[in-house]
Design a protein around this ligand. Structure first.
Ligand code: MSP
Length: 503
């Protein structure tokens, strides 16, 4: 049976429309999932929406609709954005679905039955934007340290998860599983939080009813985060289909932004340990996508919707830019000029020109029929090393490095054409060898870049005269030199990536 690979994105709050920050995480997840499908693994890629909590209730009130209507409308907008961005999710979970309520009940009941949840009274300072409690010392100038807005004082009788008991088990887990949190700096941040000591956490509320009821005390609903985190277990049948759950669970990879590290790297693994389930195999943390140096937010009026950029750059141009220019882990600044420069350099010029040049010369010198590559082309070792480096980078979800390695091959193929000038030579075996090798590079690039640009790579594949689709190929075989058979009709077509002018 193929190796299971389970990848999740965070589930997005439905108080607000999708923006390029949400799209960034989702595109990284999608591209990584597509890479693993090329490797022949059995991939399950999950995304969805987080629909409970006070934030949603308030947004619904502001919009004059019920919380469920608010959730329905906004969830539909996420689905629409993901369809537009060619996101190949295997499941889209909504936390208001009955299956999710059942899984939350089952997982938290297991923690309760194991004696790690108890009733207690609670007073705290709550930030609705974070859906999180703070203590006075966390605040910056009296405001939420993340949103810089006032917090609200709450006093309630709540169920508490005895997180404090999990300090040592968590430290032990992360010591015996040193790769569990990536990158290393984020692992250290999580270890720092755990070592500093963990307070018990309030996990239920009675002041709102928009949530999943606590199974043993339905006057309470679970506080949104403890319902939301369980989505990763719901989608693979926790509590309902043990065989299915056990197939995927050990292989789970969570992709998250750095804003939700504490929930994923401390609370969630502790909840799982408390329920008798192993923590996730990998939590991959990435930075913020900034706009002019600032985090996007509704209040700063600096949110950009993916659709605004897709109009200019196309879906593939959009995806390529974010995957190539935002190194996973660090914060990245979005700029329209940077996106335009990247698009023109890598797509319109490097890749687009390689195809159009080769197709033009094949039309002129080979009657439009692509020759086979030469087995001893100097490009063969370049392709092999590009594949090795790209594969290593995709494994680490380092999308920027993976695409950089792939474009090294594109640049070398352009340089090889320039050095050999097949447009000047008489038709014959020498010209065929150069052109066939360039076509072979294009074939390999169509496969290696297909996780980033599924549509454009399928079109490139078609223009090379190949049948099927690049994303139906299997690695590593499809990256091996000599796969382009020759004798196929090469279709020049219009520019694959039309050059864009600055506005
Ligand atoms: N609903 C919670 C997550 C629950 S997961 C069990 C939540 N939702 S969110 O919509 O506010 O943000 C979710 C994720 O969107 C972030 O962790 C991050 O991955 C992504 N991003 C949101 N804004 C972003 C940027 N400005 N930049 C990069 N990623 C951003 O938190």
């Amino acid at each position: 049976m193929a190796r299971p690979f389970y990848l999740t994105t965070p589930i997005y709050y439905v108080n607000d429309a999708p923006h390029i920050g949400h799209a960034y995480t989702t595109i990284v997840g999608d591209a990584v999932s597509r890479w693993h499908r090329l490797l022949g693994e059995d991939v399950f890629f999950l995304t969805g929406t987080d629909e409970h909590g006070l934030k949603i209730v308030r947004a619904a009130e502001a919009n004059g609709v019920s919380p469920l209507e608010q959730a329905d409308r906004t969830s539909a907008r996420f689905l629409q954005a993901w369809r537009q961005l060619d996101i190949s999710y295997d499941d889209f979970i909504r936390t208001t679905e009955p299956r999710h309520g059942r899984a939350v009940g089952a997982l938290l009941q297991a923690i309760y039955d194991n004696g790690h949840i108890e009733l207690d009274s609670y007073e705290g300072l709550y930030c609705v934007a974070c859906e999180a409690y703070y203590v006075e010392a966390d605040l910056v100038e009296g405001l939420c340290p993340i949103h810089r807005r006032p917090v609200e004082a709450f006093a309630e009788e709540n169920y508490f998860f005895r997180l404090s008991r999990f300090r040592q088990p968590l430290l032990d887990w992360f010591t015996t599983h040193p790769d569990c949190i990536r990158p290393e700096a984020k692992r250290n941040e999580a270890l720092g939080l755990i070592r500093a000591g963990l307070d018990d956490i309030s996990i239920s509320r009675t002041s709102i009813s928009w949530g999943v009821p606590v199974p043993w005390d339905p006057a309470h609903v679970f506080y949104v985060w403890y319902d939301a985190l369980v989505n990763y277990a719901t989608a693979i049948g926790y509590g309902e289909d043990d065989g299915r759950f056990e197939r995927w669970w050990p292989a789970v990879h969570h992709l998250i932004g750095k804003d939700i590290l504490r929930f994923h790297c401390v609370y969630w693994p502790a909840m799982l340990l408390a329920a008798g389930v192993d923590p996730p195999r990998r939590i991959q943390v990435h930075g913020y996508l900034l706009v002019s140096g600032e985090k996007m937010s509704k209040t700063a009026f600096n949110q950009i919707a993916p659709a605004d950029l897709v109009t200019d750059f196309g879906v593939d141009g959009y995806r390529y830019h974010f995957l190539r220019d935002i190194p996973l882990g660090a914060d990245g600044d979005f700029s329209f000029e940077g996106m335009l420069a990247r698009y023109n350099a890598d797509l319109a010029n490097n890749l687009g020109n390689l195809l159009s040049r080769v197709a033009t010369i094949v039309a002129k010198k080979c009657g439009g029929t692509g020759p086979a590559p030469s087995p001893d082309s100097p490009l063969a070792p370049v392709a092999a090393s590009a594949y090795r480096d790209a594969a290593d980078a995709w494994e680490r979800m380092a999308t920027s490095e993976a695409l950089d390695a792939t474009w090294r091959l594109v640049r070398e193929a352009n340089a090889h054409l320039e050095a050999n000038e097949p447009w000047k030579a008489e038709p014959g075996p020498a010209v065929d060898a150069v052109l066939g090798s360039a076509l072979e590079v294009l074939r390999i690039v169509a496969v290696l870049a297909s996780p980033a640009m599924p549509g454009a790579c399928a079109e490139l594949w078609r223009r090379l005269g190949l049948t099927g689709r690049p994303d139906d190929q299997r690695l590593p075989e499809a990256a091996g030199w000599g796969g382009y058979p020759g004798g196929l009709p090469v279709d020049k077509g219009g520019p694959l990536f039309p050059r864009l002018q600055p506005a």
